[in-house]
Design a protein around this ligand. Structure first.
Ligand code: AHR
Length: 511
């Protein structure tokens, strides 16, 4: 029977091939892997106006707030269904001493934020403020421990302060500071970019340091994440995995950081708003590399850990452009266009399709920094095109991945090419969700989808796109890039033809 179904699928695939260049064949019979909702995770750092001004304005602010958190941002984040939020950095985390950020605000010391613009950090947003925010917006917390300039004692005390129910100096201190019950923190990262801003270590040295810290970071109900590679640094993965071999009670995740720069050059990355087809193409080409990075790092991880005890945690990803003209270069402020929307769709499709080994991903960063969901300017707030793609893709959170075979034409630009379409699909509560992105800036692509024999009663669609590839949402203007309805015809005999507009991201739901 199984053979017959497979044979029919192959037949259907082959007969479609005769008349269509673009085909997606879903395999609902192979749906078994859960897409961890944390793939839709976010990252917040004490950097520029991510925290101060963006999330937290203080109780005395004229900007409407609850306990100092801006109401507009809180509402937008609740609507987004943020599953997990990483904090306090980034590079900032390895200069952060958590005890500076607890207790009465007047007594908290001010420090210099050495990595990000040399501005004063008054520590008014600390552990309580962050963890209470997570509770307010219904998200899990992912805390990054200071390894670069911290101590093992500082780390163990932080974990005790936050998570312990026992009587101890740290839990007493927490109670004195107004919090009786521990918080439920599900993830602790041990260091950040220890190959760079977090201590400039060699991988062999970091693997030992990791074992040292992780052995003392004790507790139940949370996972520990080791610092993994930057982009294609396979040597780092080799050495760290070799150093942690067999120590799987100490490590559950290995991070990967990969940023997309249009030019691929850190000196002159490219503008977030002012670009033509050349930079559009290069940006999308550079982002698609992440699939190869994921597969190659996983290959190395599987060599040392064939049972897959350690999962991949892509805890920093997204676009990194030149700072907006006139902004503080240390604040990493950029705008967000249709290009970022399509890029987010591509990355999220890739992560979904590797859900068996990717347990979390955190786009950088949630508000006002890099590829942000939300931008604020004083009392004003806008939701970016990336926000809308995340919102549309939320249907995949904790859904079961439906594997698919995608045949796509290329999008060619000046002799170079990339796949025009990317896709992923899942099923949850009886609803089949298919997400697609079209990287071609000018061409509508017809896609033949084979969705299986199920008799669907309804088909609905949503789309994020806009007239121009540079369109964005800006302060004081009508929202140009947002989720809109998208017409799709019901499948006939399991086949469905979808016309995917140029430079768009689409969701199709079958029920
Ligand atoms: O997200 C901005 C910075 O990029 C982070 O602080 C650091 O981890 C990475 O280099």
């Amino acid at each position: 029977m199984k053979k017959l179904i497979l044979g029919m699928l192959v037949l259907s695939f082959t007969s479609m091939q005769a008349w269509s260049q673009n085909m997606l064949v879903l395999h609902p019979e192979k749906a078994e892997t859960t897409i961890n909702k944390n793939i839709y995770g976010h990252f917040s750092e004490h950097l520029g106006t991510c925290i101060y001004g963006g999330i937290y304005v203080g109780e005395d602010s004229d900007i409407p707030n609850v306990d100092g958190y801006r109401l507009d941002v809180v509402d937008a984040l609740k609507e987004l269904k943020v599953p997990v939020l990483r904090w306090p950095g980034g590079c900032f985390a390895d200069t952060y001493h958590w005890k500076d950020g607890i207790g009465s605000k007047e007594d908290r010391p001010s420090i210099v934020n050495v990595h990000w613009g040399g501005v004063t950090e008054d520590n008014s947003f600390g552990t309580h403020e962050f963890l209470n925010l997570c509770e307010l917006i219904g998200t899990d917390a992912y805390l990054s421990i200071n390894v670069g300039s911290g101590t093992v004692r500082e780390a163990t005390e932080w974990v005790e302060y936050v998570t312990s129910n026992n009587k101890s100096p740290m839990t007493e201190l927490r109670k004195k500071n107004g919090r009786k019950e521990p918080w439920d923190v599900k993830f602790w990262g041990i260091g950040n970019e220890t190959w760079g801003c977090g201590g400039d270590m060699r991988p062999e040295y970091y693997a030992d340091i990791y074992r040292h810290y992780a052995g003392y970071v004790r507790g139940e109900g949370f996972q520990k994440v080791a610092v993994g590679p930057s982009s294609g640094d396979y040597n780092w993965t080799e050495k760290v995995m070799a150093g942690l071999r067999g120590k799987y009670h100490l490590v559950q995740g290995l991070s990967l950081h990969h940023y997309t720069l249009p030019t691929g050059n850190w000196g002159d990355k490219g503008s977030s708003t002012d670009f033509g087809e050349e930079m559009w193409f290069k940006t999308l080409k550079n982002t698609m590399v992440i699939e190869e990075l994921i597969e190659k790092h996983l290959e190395i991880m599987d060599k040392y850990d064939p049972r897959g005890n350690v999962s991949l945690v892509v805890d920093e990803w997204g676009t990194w452009y030149d700072p907006l003209p006139g902004s503080n270069p240390g604040f990493l402020q950029q705008q967000n266009t249709v290009r970022d929307a399509v890029l987010a769709g591509i990355n999220l499709n890739i992560f979904n399709n590797h859900a068996g080994r990717i347990s979390m991903a955190n786009i950088a960063q949630i508000v006002n920094v890099l590829q942000a969901m939300i931008l604020t300017d004083g009392p004003e707030m806008v939701k970016t095109p990336t926000y809308h793609v995340f919102k549309m893709y939320n249907v995949h959170q904790d859904a079961t991945l439906i594997p698919g075979d995608l045949l796509t034409e290329d999008y060619e630009y000046e002799g170079e090419k990339i796949p025009a379409l990317t896709s992923s699909a899942s099923i949850k509560d009886g609803v089949t969700n298919i997400t697609l992105s079209n990287a071609n800036p000018d061409k509508t692509i017809s896609l033949e989808c084979y969705v299986g024999d199920e008799k669907y009663k309804s088909v609905t669609g949503q789309i994020v796109t806009s007239e121009k590839i540079t369109d964005r949402n800006d302060f004081g203007e009508n929202e140009k890039v947002k989720i809109e309805n998208f017409d799709v015809e019901k499948p006939k005999d399991g086949n469905m033809l979808v016309e995917i507009p140029a430079h768009s991201v689409v969701l199709i739901q079958l029920q």
